[in-house]
Design a protein around this ligand. Structure first.
Ligand code: SAH
Length: 387
């Protein structure tokens, strides 16, 4: 097990919105290590020595003033140019709600929209559930986020900012990241992958790819794209990234009813994509999320169908007792119902686990993220195309 990356308490604390060392127009959190090095070359005729020093300081300590770094001490005018070119200003924390099991924080983005992230304490460390979009297009009927519709995708910097705020503002020892907040990561794959490059860089936040999970609704084109990239190891490939797929139903009839994506890609299409997905190690699994909805997908026959469907895949089913969204027509099965489903699946030969629910009382649990009012009151500025 990796030891936690210490958060440097002596680093200047960068409060949300507080001007930092970097005040230029270009959001530095969009750049991975190689990208930042290339920018230093292009803009200032400098290379990894300076760019790498800033990258390490920024991500490891949350300290962004190039003028404070020894690498820049002989060249104050370079520090000045870097300050004027790049911006580091974490979004303001617009709200925070939670209970002892988990808490959610909202970040106010430049156009008035908000991202939502959830800090989840685990035994040895903390996990952060992050958003890849504001809202979601997928329309799953049981999910709160779907109720607000799709507002926009987050850029890589906005995705990374969620982790930076958790680590360096809230001082949380985040060691694990799951893309299970608002949005469908495959619908914003380029930005999600760029964010993963940045999060997993050992010279920075150092969250191993194997501690990052991308959860998809079952977007087959996205899975195929990622499969090609998962053939190669990090840092250039994504072979250690964990893939979770929201199965949620035993057959096409039920899945199409609760997950509109299933009308585009049937279970057979999904299975074909999963068969082609490379697992890096013999002991790796594809994680199949299965939200248990009382009376909808939780019978013994359903468990047998699920086991049959997954028969020739190396899959681990994560059973998630439903967290009712606001005004939900669906119910949560009781503890016994969940235990039964677990047993039926295991008896049918399918490995599975029950995922404990955290943050349920704060609407911070899986599928409870989203702010419908935001859709109704979205500011005109929020609707303007990005310039
Ligand atoms: N769009 C991605 C990631 C966001 S949803 C996806 O579909 O996987 C993250 C997980 O939460 C998914 O497995 C989803 O099925 C589950 N989920 C959604 N709403 C839920 C709810 N109300 N209760 C429990 N789990 C839910």
């Amino acid at each position: 097990m990796r030891s936690p990356d210490p958060v440097d308490a002596s680093a200047p604390s960068i409060g949300p919105g507080v001007p930092s060392g970097l005040i230029g127009p270009d959001d530095i959190l969009r750049y991975d290590y190689d990208g930042l090095t290339a920018e230093f070359d292009r803009r200032f005729g400098k290379g990894e020595y300076h760019a790498g020093a800033l990258f390490r300081s920024l991500y490891r300590r949350g300290a962004s003033d190039p003028g404070a770094l020894p690498e820049f001490s002989a060249n104050p005018s370079l520090a000045q140019s870097v300050r004027g070119a790049f911006r580091y200003s974490l979004p303001e924390i617009a709200g925070r709600v939670g209970d002892e099991t988990a808490y959610k924080f909202l970040l106010r983005l430049r156009d008035g929209y908000e991202s939502e992230s959830v800090v989840i304490p685990m035994r040895q460390y903390k996990s952060l559930c992050i958003s890849s979009q504001v809202g979601c297009k997928m329309g799953c009927t049981f999910c709160e986020t779907a109720q607000m519709g799709y507002l926009r995708s987050l850029d890589a910097g906005e995705i990374v900012a969620q982790v930076m705020v958790a680590r360096h503002v809230l001082k949380e020892p985040i060691q694990n990241v799951v893309f299970m907040g608002m949005g469908e990561p495959m619908d914003n794959l380029d930005n999600v992958l760029q964010a993963i490059r940045i999060l997993s860089d050992q010279r920075g936040l150092n969250i191993a790819q194997s501690a990052i999970t991308l959860s998809t609704v079952g977007h087959v084109d996205g899975i195929n794209k990622l499969a090609a990239l998962a053939k190669n190891p990090p840092p250039h490939g994504f072979s250690r990234l964990r893939l979770a797929v929201s199965l949620n139903a035993p057959n096409d009839e039920i899945r199409s009813r609760i997950m509109p994506v299933n009308r585009q890609w049937k279970l057979a299409d999904l299975k074909e994509a999963l068969r082609g997905y490379p697992l890096a190690h013999k002991d790796d699994f594809l994680f199949m999320e299965y939200v248990l909805l009382a009376g909808v997908n939780d019978s013994r026959e359903h468990a047998i169908e699920v086991a049959e469907y997954l028969r020739d895949l190396r899959a681990c089913v994560n059973l998630i007792p439903y967290n009712p969204r606001l005004e939900s027509p669906f119910g949560r099965p009781d503890k016994e119902g969940v235990a039964h489903f677990y047993r039926w699946l295991m008896e049918a030969g399918q490995y599975c686990r029950i995922r404990g629910t955290k943050g349920k009382d704060a609407m911070a649990a899986c599928g409870q993220l989203g702010n419908r009012a935001l859709k109704r009151t979205a500011r005109p500025a929020a609707m303007a195309p990005a310039s």
